[in-house]
Design a protein around this ligand. Sequence first.
Ligand code: CFM
Length: 474
Amino acid sequence: MPLKLLKCDETIPEREKHVYIKEKGEDTTQFLPLSNIETIPGSLSERGCSYCGAKLVIGGVLKDTIQMIHGPIGCAYDTWHTKRYPSDNGHFQLKYVWSSDMKESHIVFGGEKQLKKSILEAFAEFPDIKRMIVYTTCATALIGDDIRAVVKSAQKELGDVDIFCVECPGFAGVSQSKGHHVLNIAWINEKVGTFEPEITSPYTINVIGDYNIQGDTFVLEKYMEKMGVQIIAHFTGNGTYDALRGMHRAQLNVTNCARSAGYIANELKKRYGIPRMDVDTWGFDYCQEALRKIGAFFGIEDRAEAVIAEEVAKYQDRMNWYKERLKGKKVCIWTGGPRLWHWTKALEDDLGMQVVSMSSKFGHQEDFEKVIARGQEGTIYIDDGNELEFFEVLEMIRPDVVLTGPRVGALVKKLHLPYINGHGYHNGPYMGFEGAVNMARDLYNAIYSPLMNLAGIDIRDDETEQATSKDNSE
Ligand code: CFM
């Protein structure tokens, strides 16, 4: 049923349909919060823009590609220093930012010449790099700059470069989710099938919807290597431009973040007949399930079991140690969308925690269906939550810790509650077996740190045990 939040609903009554509480026996399909619709004016949204979904989430991860942002310099601000996706080539993608640096005169007289100049300059500065993505932004889309024409002429002039255009200005949709969609579809339309990868194993997959946050991808790559499975393309964690052009050659699409990359997985199935297998690769139990599913697909169950046995032997004791101390602790998951359904059962089953609220910035109805199916009764579900709602929910449920981003995290800290960065992580990776332990350790350190108590106010239960924050599990 909708949950009445007094502070916010008084001023923005329409928000009532965006906050729900799961009740006993409810037919969840009938009681989903509204989602993937425009933010209500006056509600202080935590969403990103559509350009952000294309550039910051997916395209910008590629490790061998110049990311040319065609717009005012401000659109390039939120880039390398706010994202945490390393790569095995020295983090090229995190070291630089490129922008056509549009000024007022370009807006008045057109920015195409400026873009052409910027493209040529960037390739000249980085002579070893031959791949580029060009993004439109609100300003350049509004004045109608023809980036494709500019790119065509630059490619002709340079000869040996390949450039991909993403036409997804900030206003293209209601959130970053639109940017995922635009990039997925443009990539399959224009780039997939234009490169032939070298096949080195009888078992080949694409890993879709994982962005190497603090090394998540490296963990998965290690497991696949041990199983003898070749990753043709990783969309897009630690990925390369050309590997993604060769996605049509994989036998299976292993999909983790279905929200950001389900589109390309579906298209690969439609156009090339490659099956889509959805997995959860966060969580100790889920990861075992994922490896078993991949093993079963190729008939190499024994290899999957060998990896599982090795990893479980290495990490099970530590998980048990943390479970002992985290069981019953109340946690909120307030991130983009998919992490809600990936993490809720993982935290509950692996660690005995209680997920008391889940908030999604841009999840669609299908995401909420999954979230609510995996969530408990009494859990509060929020779509596109705002500051007032977050405060009210925190006071109502008094969680022990909140998994969210730095922006909402700053609010959480005002109430002297600990938060863990659920987007970029505190001390990741969080994926796989070792990742589950890292996540448990961060949660433990946050909950048991005496820091919040030193601030004088603590809205948590008085009995909350406080201890030191070092890793005691080893
Ligand atoms: Fe997928 Fe992501 Fe997420 Fe996402 Fe994001 Fe992210 Fe997220 Mo931040 S692709 S939908 S747009 S899992 S950046 S790596 S953590 S909101 S829940």
